[in-house]
Write a new protein. Structure first.
Length: 286
């Protein structure tokens, strides 16, 4: 018998949660979307960008809420524009892999539009331009745009400069990385002059956000009072007042609380969860 089998036999199986608890865990495992003022304000700016067929940069710290803002805008606008039986895709959102070349860039767009992804780069380029026209794409959102290889920006420019497409293009990324990549190419800089920055929350905004997350996302049977005292101070330090980190920690803490039979998140469980994410957080600070 192997060591792994010995350990498995020693500990036995896992006790499954009740159907009610499992339903709550499933709910908490889904990415939430809340109509926050900062998201609404950014959506307003993105809508103006789309209507004017312009280009822009959306920048901010990692986990500041840029991705969920872009995805929700695409879903919101596409739902608004989608007619019954029409094949249009007004806003295309793609997330770029590391060291993204032209082939990967075009394949990302084609996959969203459910088109074939075989052929040479030239084939993919022409197919992408045709698909964008067929599906009446009005805006292309490129998340993690700082991962684009420098030569891929010429293809990005080609998509934007195509007169027949009349397309708005939004590049999204962390502030310093995306700005550094864009500044390497004068033609890119001159095309992406408008910039919107997702600022960090101040203390009052962060306290409001913690309260909103406890009330509207966690929705546990008993109040956890997360926006008060030492619990709030601990959250503020661990998350660096970033929405993405707050969301990750609170949802994990809520799930752990439910699995342990608790009806709220207490400081001990919160600290347990934060200790497991501390290494990653500290690494980013160095």
């Amino acid at each position: 018998m192997t060591n792994t089998q010995t350990v498995a036999n020693q500990f036995g199986g896992f006790e499954p949660p009740s159907a009610e608890i499992q339903a709550e865990i499933d709910r908490l495992s889904r990415q939430p979307y809340l109509e926050l003022n900062r998201v609404k304000n950014c959506h307003g700016w993105m809508y103006e960008l789309l209507m004017s067929k312009s280009t822009g940069l959306l920048v901010g710290a990692s986990r500041s809420g840029k991705t969920v803002t872009c995805k929700s805008f695409a879903e919101r606008y596409n739902k608004f524009k989608l007619g019954k039986g029409k094949r249009i895709k007004p806003v295309v959102y793609i997330q770029i892999p590391v060291s993204c070349g032209s082939r990967d860039f075009f394949i990302k767009i084609l996959k969203v539009l459910n088109k074939p992804t075989n052929g040479s780069v030239s084939d993919l380029r022409e197919r992408t331009l045709d698909a964008v026209a067929i599906h009446q794409v009005e805006m292309l959102i490129v998340d993690e745009a700082n991962h684009l290889e420098q030569k891929t920006f010429s293809d990005l420019r080609h998509v934007y400069d195509e007169d027949e497409l009349n397309l708005a293009v939004l590049l999204v990324g962390t502030t310093h990385r995306l700005q550094a990549v864009v500044k390497r190419d004068e033609q890119v800089v001159n095309r992406f002059l408008e910039e919107y920055e997702f600022d960090r929350l101040d203390d009052n905004e962060f306290k409001q956000m913690v309260g909103i997350w406890e009330r509207d996302v966690l929705r546990l049977p008993q109040p956890s009072n997360l926006a008060k005292g030492k619990t709030f101070t601990t959250l503020k330090t661990a998350t660096n007042k970033l929405i993405g980190r707050l969301d990750m920690i609170l949802r994990k803490a809520a799930i752990r609380s439910l699995l342990q039979g608790h009806k709220k998140v207490d400081l001990d469980i919160l600290q347990q969860v934060m200790s497991s994410t501390k290494w990653s957080y500290e690494r980013k600070k160095k």
